[in-house]
Write a protein that binds this ligand. Structure first.
Ligand code: VGL
Ligand code: ZN
Length: 198
């Protein structure tokens, strides 16, 4: 179990219909199972005065992120569509950071990359955390092997004590074992594992 306090923030990554709903455009197996667990973490965080921030994958209809435009992914999380909306059961009560809005590529809640030059730029996430005096983050949501992993690795690299909530994440597993390898990469980088629910 993680101990929540005012200097800790919960990062709820991409709990959107296209990932979490079995009918979603990039549906993650068991994605909807994280919703009650994430909600429990949100409630515990709020009760202790910890911040809760959300990321939302928020792509334009055409982006080099999508296979049909040269990328690798099926169409998902197109701005203002059902697939991009948060899962209807997700408790949403905090700031939302959208990523990919200008067609940028990338997975982390902290950074996006220009699709042509590959040039990274920061989202608002780090400054929102710094403004609150946050020193520790806990990452939950979808998907373990992409946005959760990238967000946790960026967080630890930027000096936040970082936890991944292992019962509140699920992997895409494009290749079998990707989720397990993501946990291992996070562990090696200094990300600690914790549970959202005891
Ligand atoms: C994600 C693949 C493509 C994620 C986003 O949220 O993990 N994965 N876009
Ligand atoms: Zn995406």
């Amino acid at each position: 179990m993680i101990r929540w306090d005012e200097r800790t923030a919960l990062l709820v990554v991409d709990v959107q219909n296209d990932f979490a709903d079995p009918a979603g455009g990039l549906s993650v197996s068991g994605g909807d199972e994280v919703v009650p667990t994430v909600n429990a973490a949100i409630a515990a965080a709020e009760a202790a005065g910890a911040g809760v921030l959300y990321t939302q994958d928020w792509h334009p209809p055409e982006t080099p992120h999508f296979a049909r435009d040269g990328g690798i992914w099926p169409v998902h999380c197109v701005q203002d569509t059902w697939g991009a909306a948060f899962h209807p059961q997700l408790r949403v009560s905090g700031e939302v950071v959208r990523k990919g809005t200008g067609g940028e590529d990338g997975y982390s809640g902290f950074t996006v990359r220009d699709p042509a030059s590959g040039h990274p730029s920061d989202t608002l996430l780090e400054s929102l955390l710094r403004d609150r005096g946050v020193t520790t983050v806990a990452v939950a949501g979808l998907a373990t092997d992409y946005c959760v992993r990238a967000t946790a690795l960026d967080a630890v690299q930027r000096g936040f004590a970082t936890f991944v909530l292992i019962d509140a994440v699920r992997a895409v597993d494009l290749q079998p074992g990707d989720g397990a390898r993501a946990f291992e990469a996070m562990r090696r980088a200094g990300v600690r594992s914790a549970r959202a629910i005891p």
